[in-house]
Ligand binder design. Structure first.
Ligand SMILES: [Zn+2]
Length: 381
């Protein structure tokens, strides 16, 4: 099945990149970012942190780096409109189709004034910023088909303001954005209640069984299961945690596919306090979350165009036949799962065809889809 996934996407190269993900480098980034007294979006330090991060991206060959200026609008945690910046680093692909991988650079300590510290924000969310930077280092020079944008959002803690500004810009400028992956609080494997999970990361996706974001989450779960050793995705079939939000949602609201990665057992007592510190984190775990993202982005970035008009053939047999419209030179994979399963359970690489039969898997109890090898499956109707 591994070979089937990676027909179009150089499995050996991905394996090397997965091995090269470096926990020490992740720790160094988080340690630096959490050393600012605060990275509150209203502070001068958030500008310093953004400038430092932009320089880190500029040191990676092949990236175009932008400090995107925008204004935090007045609101609950913004007393007056305030200029802010966020970092957008672009690795151009041969296609304008775009993937965003992002995390939020800003931090929060609700018990002090916005311009005061300490607000180390090591796990929330220097962890995600470090992951995103590491992905850029691993993906630079790999000549992806799709363009990849590595984003460090600000204004998250004031109401997803930076993500809202970028999602609006993506909409206004008609970006062909095919997926947005948000990593927020991904660097700790246990909570103070004694619960621990070093082997999984949660991926939240939009309500709605057939929502594009849900299909993206399913695809990520499947890809990580195939490509990453001893680490899997726990799908959570909700937009976000109870009463909470994240930077993926503004993109969903603009009509894009977007999901959120987060550790399984977050510790609420550390969040938005002086205790969100490096010493509470697990960098081997963060490295595995990074590998999960790398496998997903790699696959998304190299996948060929998705099929259209994926259709189940109406016949009364024990087999299931599907047809679709494809493009020459694109190998396809058929997927299926039981109607009660959230995850793809079976797959079959079928090559450069527009019709395939899955023997002895019936169309009454299963949901079927077809994808370009390595790409998000398209549901059959
Ligand atoms: Zn956060």
């Amino acid at each position: 099945m591994f070979a089937a996934l990676l027909v179009a996407i150089q499995s050996d190269a991905l394996s090397l990149k997965l091995q090269a993900v470096d926990p020490a480098r992740l720790r160094a980034t988080v340690t630096h970012l959490s050393s600012y007294p605060t990275r509150n979006s209203l502070s001068k330090e958030v500008h310093q942190a953004a400038a430092w991060l932009a320089d880190e991206y500029r040191a990676i060959p092949g990236l175009e780096v932008e400090l995107m200026e925008y204004t935090l609008p007045q609101g609950r945690r913004v007393p007056q409109p305030t200029p802010c910046v966020q970092v957008v680093a672009t690795l151009k692909g041969s296609s304008p189709e775009t993937i965003i991988i992002g995390a939020h650079l800003d931090s929060l300590n609700l018990s002090v004034a916005p311009t005061e510290g300490p607000a180390p924000g090591a796990n929330d969310d220097a962890s995600g910023v470090a992951l995103t930077l590491e992905l850029a280092r691993q993906l630079a020079g790999t000549q992806p088909r799709r363009t990849i944008k590595f984003v460090a959002f600000t204004g998250e803690e004031q109401g997803l303001l930076g993500a809202t500004a970028l999602a609006q810009r993506a909409k206004d400028e008609n970006w062909p954005l095919v997926a947005m992956l948000n990593n927020d609080t991904v660097g700790s494997s246990r909570n103070l209640g004694g619960q621990e999970n070093t082997k999984q990361v949660r991926v939240f996706s939009e309500e709605g069984e057939n929502h594009d974001s849900r299909e993206l989450a399913r695809f990520i779960e499947w890809t990580v299961r195939q490509a990453v050793d001893d680490f899997t995705v726990k799908l959570v079939l909700r937009r976000d945690r109870f009463g909470r939000g994240g930077d993926h949602t503004p993109f969903v609201l603009q009509g894009f596919s977007a999901v959120r990665f987060i550790e399984v057992h977050e510790e609420f007592k550390h969040q938005h306090t002086p205790d969100d510190l490096v010493q509470h984190m697990d960098f081997d775990y963060l490295a595995n979350v990074t590998r999960a993202n790398l496998a997903a982005v790699w696959s998304l970035a190299h996948a060929l165009p998705a099929p259209t008009k994926v259709t189940l053939v109406r016949d009364q047999t024990h087999d299931t036949t599907l047809t679709w419209e494809g493009e020459p030179g694109v190998p396809y994979t058929v997927y299926w799962r039981d109607t009660a399963s959230a995850e793809w359970q079976g797959s079959m690489a079928v090559g450069e065809v527009e019709r395939a039969t899955v023997p002895l898997v019936n169309k009454d109890d299963h949901i079927f889809a077809v994808g370009a090898a390595g790409g998000v499956p398209v549901l059959a109707e």
